[in-house]
Design a protein around this ligand. Structure first.
Ligand SMILES: Cc1cc2nc3c(=O)[nH]c(=O)nc-3n(C[C@H](O)[C@H](O)[C@H](O)COP(=O)(O)O)c2cc1C
Length: 172
């Protein structure tokens, strides 16, 4: 279904008090979405549950960001990220997301949990510019080289500013 959607230039903007919440199983399949998640995605709850979370992936998003997300989650750490999502009608909406592992009482990872809020305008200017450069490297190279170069662009930026990914994201 997601492959047939053409992205449009229409933006949906989160409201100040909105929280978009979703949960997935360990493989990234959606197991829960709150009312606002369903509203922004444009899908019905029925369509979302059991579906891979990439159903709302926007083609402008760098693969390197999702690699970092999954690498971090696999190390059982939380991650914050700016994400451009695509709704069912092709419109887009930016979120500031926090994603964490969920555990059972034995301490096993049973899935992941994400809460998103409205990103700051000033932060989006920086992130949009960075993501565009990263995505260009990914699209203009073979998949492996593209991912490597896109990741390197991000890590070089962090080195230049003598900062970590987490500090950088939270400083925006
Ligand atoms: C809890 C959780 C929330 C996620 N939220 C989003 C999201 O809002 N948008 C998105 O594009 N990917 C999200 N992802 C990542 C997707 O699972 C997926 O990796 C990404 O869309 C890239 O698609 P691909 O892995 O098929 O390339 C989330 C993953 C998890 C575990």
């Amino acid at each position: 279904m997601k492959n047939r959607i053409t992205p449009t230039q229409t933006e949906r903007v989160m409201r100040e008090n909105d929280f978009i919440v979703s949960k997935t199983d360990p493989t990234g399949r959606i197991t829960y979405g709150n009312r606002i998640f369903i509203e922004f995605s444009g899908y019905t709850e029925e369509e979302l549950l059991g579906t891979q979370h990439n159903i709302i992936r926007h083609p402008d998003m760098p693969r390197a960001v999702f690699k970092l997300l999954w690498d971090t989650l696999k190390q059982e750490q939380e991650i914050c990220a700016y994400v451009k999502n695509m709704a069912r009608d092709g419109s887009y909406y930016w979120v500031f997301a926090n994603v964490t592992p969920s555990y059972d009482t034995q301490g096993n990872v049973i899935g992941y949990y994400s809460v998103r809020r409205k990103p700051r305008e000033e932060a989006l200017k920086v992130v949009d510019g960075l993501y565009r450069q990263m995505r260009e490297l990914e699209l203009n190279n073979d998949p492996n080289t593209g991912l490597e170069r896109s990741t390197r662009l991000l890590t070089d930026l962090l080195t230049q500013h003598k900062t970590t990914y987490e500090q950088f994201i939270l400083s925006l």
